[in-house]
Design a binder for this molecule. Sequence first.
Ligand code: IMP
Length: 202
Amino acid sequence: MKLFLASGNAHKVAELQELANAASLPIEIVSAKAVGGMPEVAEDTGTFVGNARKKALALRAKLPAEAWVLADDSGVCVDALGGAPGVESAYYAGPQHDSAANLAKLTAVMRDVPKGMRGAQFVCVLVVAGPAGAEEIFEGACGGELLGEPRGGAGFGYDPLFVPTGFAQSYAELGEEVKSTISHRARAWAKLAEWIKARDTR
Ligand code: IMP
């Protein structure tokens, strides 16, 4: 099965293809670039599902009727901030999508929030859109707490600030090997993988 990825990020194609290969899934991830580029999409629906759907349908509209498209949206939702930055995680500190500035802002905003009130969860939504309006939504979440100061050098984005439940180290200290078994993205992906496997044997 070919899945066209509704993203302008080349790194995501490689990452998702690796996940597919690791799960022995019979899929080929194809970049939006290979089919003329990802159309400009305003991520303005206010929800992870809405934004992912919008990206999937925008790319699908450019492709043949039988094509299947995959889109994702993700972010960190902080309890003490009423779920912010949430869908705005990528541009929390401004439209330049600067991850170091985003991390610094969240660290500063949370500085005076006491331990015990620092709960947060990462969320990842994957949407698959196919022929005749076919659509599947897979959601994964990973709960935990935010540290007072960033710790660890691995990963990206808010990884150094987030300690998943059941662990003493941040995502950035745990590294990809552990993160890829417990993360919001891994959990959403596991559901997508189940769906692909079931579909393949139907
Ligand atoms: P997206 O590419 O629109 O899904 O943006 C997601 C944003 O959420 C990223 O720019 C990061 O700021 C944040 N984010 C999502 N997943 C992770 C993660 O696994 N670690 C750290 N930050 C993440």
